[in-house]
Design a protein around this ligand. Structure first.
Ligand SMILES: Nc1ncnc2c1ncn2[C@@H]1O[C@H](COP(=O)(O)OP(=O)(O)OP(=O)(O)O)[C@@H](O)[C@H]1O
Length: 249
């Protein structure tokens, strides 16, 4: 039986996955507070993406526990985990290129139970208002009627974040959201993340240390599937173990 500790939105404990005997994630524990932006950094192959795959149910864990608001995610299917309030964005944007920004957001609006007659109008109005709010948050309010195909790479990334935000997840997980973005787009993405953690927690995998400094509440450094160091950006940057792994001495 999982108990919800209100100090933490997410409690990862003893998380392990073994691929043919190789432990890509090895007895990993970490705790994410509400309204926290946790950044996971680490060398290639450290297990960062696999951690997100385990939390969202894409990869099945060998052992451990992932407790989200008192619910054990490891025994749930991917769609149940989304429904429980966990959104996940993968590295490459997957928006519908032939649809407009508005239509992409509309498609992602959570489908409720069937709605009839006059209620349909009220619901449509509510959906439109919500889409406009989200479009403002992701800097695309002036492009609602443009096809996604015409957006820049960065704008597509924002649109995909918007498609997750419209489902109002309490935990949002992003895999390298600023890869391929311009400096100006990176700054705006940091602004976006700092704004959205007012209402939720975010876990981000990132390599760009300037961006990490702009967004992180706390940083977890992963190495060989385990936590090498954890804490503020300043703390992990000055941790001799981290310096050793990154400089390879
Ligand atoms: N399905 C799988 N089967 C076998 N091995 C896997 C599988 N998924 C990941 N691995 C291995 O697990 C290790 C961790 O991979 P992962 O992609 O999580 O690392 P990462 O820290 O995200 O790396 P990068 O920064 O390069 O994206 C790697 O050695 C990878 O080859």
């Amino acid at each position: 039986m999982n108990v919800h500790n209100p100090n933490f939105l997410l409690m990862v404990e003893g998380l392990t996955v073994s691929f043919d005997g190789f432990k890509a994630v090895n007895d990993l524990s970490f705790y994410v507070e509400p309204n926290e932006c946790r950044v996971i950094i680490g060398p290639n192959g450290a297990g960062k993406t696999t951690v997100l795959d385990l939390i969202c149910g894409r990869t099945k864990a060998t052992s451990g526990s992932v407790n989200f608001k008192g619910r054990e995610l490891l025994s749930m299917r991917e769609d149940q985990i989304v429904h429980a309030g966990v959104g996940r964005k993968f590295q490459t944007p997957s928006v519908y290129e032939d649809l407009t920004v508005f239509e992409n957001l509309e498609l992602s609006y959570p489908k409720g139970h069937s709605v009839f007659g006059a209620l349909t109008f009220r619901r449509d109005d509510k959906v439109k208002t919500r889409i406009k709010e989200i479009a403002e948050t992701i800097f695309l309010e002036d492009l609602l009627n443009d096809k996604a195909a015409y957006l820049s790479h960065g704008q597509k990334q924002w649109l995909e974040i918007g498609m997750l935000l419209i489902q109002d997840p309490e935990l949002l997980m992003l895999d390298e959201p600023v890869a391929g973005m311009s400096v100006a787009e990176r700054k705006k993405t940091a602004e976006l993340l700092n704004r959205i953690i007012q209402d939720r927690s975010v876990i981000v995998i990132e390599h760009d240390m300037g961006f990490v400094a702009d967004i992180a509440t706390r940083v977890t450094v992963l190495h060989q599937g385990k936590t090498l160091s954890e804490g503020s950006m300043e703390r992990v940057q000055n941790d001799p173990k981290v310096i050793e792994v990154y400089l390879g001495h």
